[in-house]
Each structure stands twice: as structure tokens, then as C-alpha cells.
Design a protein around this ligand. Structure first.
Ligand code: NAD
Ligand code: DAU
Length: 353
């Protein structure tokens, strides 16, 4: 049962999909979305639920302890799902500091506030005891494992070996969540998902960037030889897996999530060009990303076996629906690429606050 859920980062790509999913289901659950609306947060992603009386939006930062504590006082959350993060590897190479602040200190702030609000006493050894049914889900990433060679898969037991400032910040948050389970017995689960694709993805990421450029006949910048491999999953499948973890995951456990769809970047780019009827001459090989991880691939046997989760989309179906979505929703893509979406908050909420 999820009665009152705090979703952080719910205005981003994956968080907004999760919020829409929760509110698609009948019932009187309350969904509170705490999002700082950084460049990656876009309230247009939530236009379909903005008027739902079960939905509340709070503009704020997960590192703001007074705000987060006040939300725990105001609402009787039984679940917290922490999607909020700086999420783009290339940005972390240019400006690591904000990654550490949001991804590490923000997670610590949420864990502290959840622990303090949910604690109902201590056992004889001094460990906190918590309200029945509460759960904290930390959304981590497969990038915490580092890079694979040509073969093999990441399991939950693969040692962490993150390579970018982004993945180090995510690994730190992931380990903090683990520590709050071990030290405070806070009922935490961690999910480590592979690369997501789907509607509403910010067009700095490979797939929407390439779709946007191809539509405008601009060059498609492929890093290095383009033979780096990612394991793609539709965002809605990621969100259904997170729901399975909230409902049935065992506290203290890590769950890998992946769609078993390994593709080289060049293959993705060619699929997009082909679907849009654009020539391969648009492909430009550019300087490689520093420290670029060569290959990621997920073993999802634990979540499929233990929680009975399976992805709904095949890669071909998910990609063709996704490309079609960006064509139909060209206004959304144009709004983000032009920066017009940045005024959405003041236009929408300006006379409400
Ligand atoms: P995103 O960049 O699209 O969205 C991030 C959201 O977090 C934005 O709405 C932003 O405004 C918000 N945010 C950032 N800093 C904040 C802060 N200090 N306080 C409150 N809100 C803040 O990211 P995404 O792709 O949707 O990823 C969501 C989560 O999933 C992240 O934790 C990411 O590490 C993880 N993840 C992403 C992928 C992927 O392929 N995109 C895969 C695995 C895991
Ligand atoms: O694996 C999960 C991770 O996937 C998440 O934790 C991250 O938040 C998410 O951003 C994503 O990280 P990647 O670095 O894999 O995604 P990105 O879309 O930035 O790049 C995908 C691949 O495409 C990667 O090998 C780099 C390459 N690339 C990317 C861009 C933006 C290019 O070749 N050209 C580009 O312009």
C-alpha cells in the first residue's frame, strides 16, 4: 500500500513518468513532488496531472533540511522515492561540485529526515524502530559498477567502480542509503537501472539529442568510434520496476533493473536516422568523452525472479513509439531546445503562490 508518497525530482524525465504512473492508478493516494526545477526540471512533463487533487507540487531543494523536515511534518509519508539528482555525465565532467551537493548531501538530508520522522522508538540494542510499512527507495544507476569489457553482465554483487564525477556521486548516495539501513535499520531499497529512453527525456541525452538534430538536419555528434554499448530500457518499464521494489522489495537490498537490450551508440543513431528518413551523412564523429565507459549491461535475474517484474517493451517497439512521440510532440522538444520551458513555472504558478 502506498498512501502518501514523496517523489523527489518528479519534474525530470523519469520522476515525471513515475508521478504520472502513480496518478494513473485509481485510489486516494497523495503524491507530493519535491523538485528544485533545475534546467532539467520541466513542469510541462506533468501537465496531464497538474489539476489532480491528489497531486501536490513543491518547488524546493532536497538539500534544504528545514523544508524537507517540514514536508515530513505536514504529510504522513509512508514512501519516499528519491529521483532528484544531477544526472548528466558530460555536465559532471565540467562542473562536479553541484553533483556532490545534490546527489550526496541531498540524499543524506532525505535519509536523515525520513529516519527522524518515521522513528517510533528504539530496541534494546539502541537501533531505531519505525512506523509499519514505511520504505525509502534510492534511485541509483548501473554506472556505479564502472565499465564492462566485451562480455559479462553487472550483477548486484559486482564491485562498485565508478569512473565519472556523476557516477561517483551516485555511488556515494547509494552507499549512504546502504549505511542508513545497516546503522539505523532504516527500511531502504536501492535500484540500479541501465539507460532509459522514452517521452519527455531532456535533449542533452543521446536519443532525444539525436532525434532533435536529425529533424533539423543538423550534425549528429557521435563520441569517438560510437561503439560504446549501453543497455536500454523504456522509462515506463523502469518505473514499473521501481513500483515493484516499493511494494515487494526487501529492506536493505539492491535491485538491478535493465531491459536486456544492448546496443552500440552508432546502431541507435542509425535507427533514428532510418526512422526519420534522414541520411547517414549527418553523422559526425567528434572527440570522445573523457573517461568514457565502454560498455554497460545488466543482469536483471534478481528483480525478475524475486519480485516477478518483467519489462513490457521490446526495444524495437519502445524506440519506434518514442521516435513517434517526439514527432507528435515537436512543440515540447522545440520548447526545451529553445529554453522557452524555463518560463513555464512563472507562467503556470506565478499567480498561485
Ligand atoms: P533528470 O535530469 O531528467 O531529472 C532530474 C530532476 O531532479 C529534475 O526535475 C531536477 O529539477 C531535479 N533536481 C535536481 N537537483 C535537485 C535538487 N537539489 N533538489 C530537488 N530537485 C532536484 O534525470 P532523470 O534522467 O530523470 O534521472 C532521474 C534519476 O534516475 C536520477 O537519480 C538518475 O541518476 C537516475 N537514473 C537515470 C537513468 C537514465 O538513463 N536517465 C538511468 C538510471 C538511473
Ligand atoms: O546507465 C545509466 C545512466 O545513463 C544514467 O545514470 C545517467 O543519468 C544517464 O544520463 C545515462 O548516462 P550515459 O552517459 O550513458 O547517457 P548519455 O545519453 O549521456 O550517453 C549515452 C551514450 O551516448 C554514451 O556512450 C555517450 C554517447 N553520446 C552521448 C551524447 C550526449 C554520444 O556519442 N554523443 C552525444 O552527444
Amino acid at each position: 500500500m502506498m498512501r502518501c508518497v514523496l517523489v523527489t525530482g518528479g519534474a525530470g524525465f523519469i520522476g515525471s513518468c513515475f508521478v504520472r504512473r502513480l496518478l494513473d492508478e485509481p485510489g486516494d493516494r497523495t503524491v507530493v513532488n519535491l523538485d528544485a526545477l533545475t534546467y532539467a526540471g520541466n513542469l510541462a512533463n506533468l501537465a496531464s496531472v497538474a489539476q489532480d487533487p491528489r497531486y501536490r507540487f513543491v518547488k524546493g531543494d532536497i538539500t534544504d533540511r528545514a523544508l524537507v523536515a517540514s514536508l515530513f511534518e505536514q504529510y504522513s509519508f509512508d514512501k519516499v522515492v528519491n529521483f532528484a539528482a544531477e544526472s548528466h555525465v558530460d555536465r559532471s565532467i565540467r562542473e562536479p561540485e553541484i553533483f556532490l551537493r545534490t546527489n550526496v548531501l541531498g540524499t543524506q538530508c532525505l535519509l536523515d529526515c525520513a529516519r527522524d520522522a518515521w522513528m517510533i522508538g528504539r530496541d534494546s540494542d539502541g537501533y531505531p524502530r519505525y512506523r509499519e510499512g514505511v520504505r525509502f527507495v534510492q534511485i541509483s544507476t548501473d554506472e556505479v559498477y564502472g565499465a564492462l569489457g566485451a562480455t559479462g553482465l553487472f550483477t548486484e554483487d559486482t564491485p562498485l567502480s565508478p569512473n565519472s564525477p556523476y557516477s561517483v556521486s551516485k555511488a556515494s548516495a547509494d552507499m549512504l542509503a546502504r549505511a542508513y539501513y545497516t546503522t539505523f535499520r532504516l527500511p531502504v531499497c536501492v535500484t540500479r537501472c541501465s539507460n532509459n529512453y522514452g517521452p519527455f527525456q531532456f535533449p542533452e541525452k543521446l536519443i532525444p539529442l539525436m532525434i532533435g538534430n536529425a529533424l533539423e538536419d543538423k550534425p549528429l555528434p557521435v563520441y569517438g568510434d560510437g561503439m560504446q554499448v549501453r543497455d536500454w530500457i523504456h522509462v515506463d518499464d523502469h518505473c514499473s520496476a521501481v513500483q515493484a521494489v516499493i511494494e515487494r522489495g526487501r529492506p536493505g537490498e539492491v535491485y538491478n533493473i535493465g531491459g536486456s537490450s544492448e546496443k552500440a551508440n552508432l546502431e541507435i543513431v542509425r535507427t533514428i536516422l532510418d526512422a526519420l528518413g534522414k541520411p547517414e551523412t549527418l553523422i559526425r564523429h567528434v572527440k570522445d568523452r573523457l573517461g568514457h565507459d565502454r560498455r554497460y549491461a545488466i543482469d536483471n535475474a534478481k528483480i525478475t525472479g524475486e519480485l516477478g517484474w518483467t519489462p513490457r517493451y521490446t526495444f524495437d517497439q519502445g524506440m519506434s513509439e518514442t521516435i513517434a512521440w517526439y514527432l507528435v510532440n515537436k512543440d515540447w522538444l522545440d520548447g526545451v531546445r529553445s529554453g522557452a520551458y524555463l518560463s513555464y513555472y512563472s507562467e503556470y504558478y506565478g499567480d498561485r503562490t
